[in-house]
Design a protein around this ligand. Structure first.
Ligand code: FMN
Length: 280
């Protein structure tokens, strides 16, 4: 919602300084090449209802948070342009935040935003991939400190993984398959042959295991290999490449499987979904 306000205000600032501006497509719609000053505001307590012609909005309660500049660019040239095929404009803020929109006679539609920063692992991976990195290990589990409240000091337990911890590795294997030149090594929470098969189906080239060896002993390596072999025989697969990436984002018809948008879908159909898949 905040993004909508940013865009709305951008038109507001560039278009007019009238107290009651009239926004029209021809005069106010942002164009490729437009450079606009923007103000990011807190919309707390602000009502923009009703909407439509001849409506007055009271913006006097807005608190200014930050200011900046955005440039309208051809969305197909923006870093995630192919992810937003219906966008016809993107707003570039400092080459760091790209906001994808569709603008036409009926309105300005916010489609999504992308932040390119070290907080965006896919961006960092793709930039490192271009430099010729051979492989990515996703994700190494770090030793993290805990606090003993009696001694009031830190200690560093082994913190072994559980199987549920492998979701993030599975997701990134699925997102990155076919997108990097480098190999993907999935790591964390891989305990069984089934986990290894899942990672390969998502798109991993290879996996690393540690916690399962601590918990189940070194013989777990043979157990995992046997489980993978048995499953492959049953499915008539001759090698890992026969099924690697079969359930990756690139291969699936439903590109939202690996995206957070699916969360909304799950909420909307929660009764149906929780009947089919038990809660873990
Ligand atoms: C006892 C122990 C020692 C580890 N030592 C290292 C290490 O020296 N270097 C490293 O990169 N990761 C190390 N790790 C992290 C593992 O490589 C791995 O990322 C982590 O254990 C998650 O995988 P898992 O869920 O199979 O345990 C260690 C993990 C454990 C439990």
């Amino acid at each position: 919602m905040k993004k909508l306000y940013i865009i709305a205000l951008c038109i507001f600032v560039t278009g007019s300084i009238l107290a009651q501006p009239t926004l029209t497509y021809l005069e106010n719609a942002p164009q490729i090449g437009d450079v606009s000053n923007i103000q990011s505001v807190s919309a707390n307590g602000l009502s923009h209802e009703p909407v439509g012609p001849d409506v007055s909005w009271d913006f006097s309660q807005l608190n200014n948070l930050t200011t900046g500049q955005i440039t309208g660019i051809d969305s197909s040239t923006a870093p995630a342009g192919n992810e937003f095929p219906t966008a016809n404009i993107a707003f570039n803020m400092n080459d760091t935040i790209f906001t994808y929109c569709l603008v036409n006679e009926t309105g300005l539609y916010y489609l999504g935003s992308q932040m390119l920063s070290v907080q965006n692992p896919l961006y960092v991976i793709s930039e490192m991939d271009k430099t010729g990195v051979d492989a990515f290990v996703l994700f190494n589990r770090l030793f993290q400190p805990e606090i003993d409240i009696d001694l009031e000091e830190h200690y560093f337990p082994y913190n072994l993984s559980t199987q549920n911890d492998n979701r993030i590795s599975l997701r990134y294997a699925g997102l990155l398959y076919g997108e990097t030149r480098a190999a993907i090594c999935s790591n964390t929470g891989i305990f069984t042959g089934e986990d290894v098969i899942s990672m390969i189906l998502a798109g991993a080239n290879v996996v690393q295991i540690v916690s399962t060896l601590y918990k189940n002993g070194i013989g777990q390596i043979s157990t995992i290999l046997n489980e993978v072999e048995t499953w492959m025989k049953k499915k008539n697969y001759k090698g890992l490449d026969d099924y690697r990436g079969k359930l990756s984002k690139k291969t699936l018809n439903d590109p939202f499987t690996y995206k957070r948008a699916q969360y909304v879908d799950i909420l909307m159909k929660s009764e149906e979904i929780f009947k089919k898949y038990p809660m873990v």
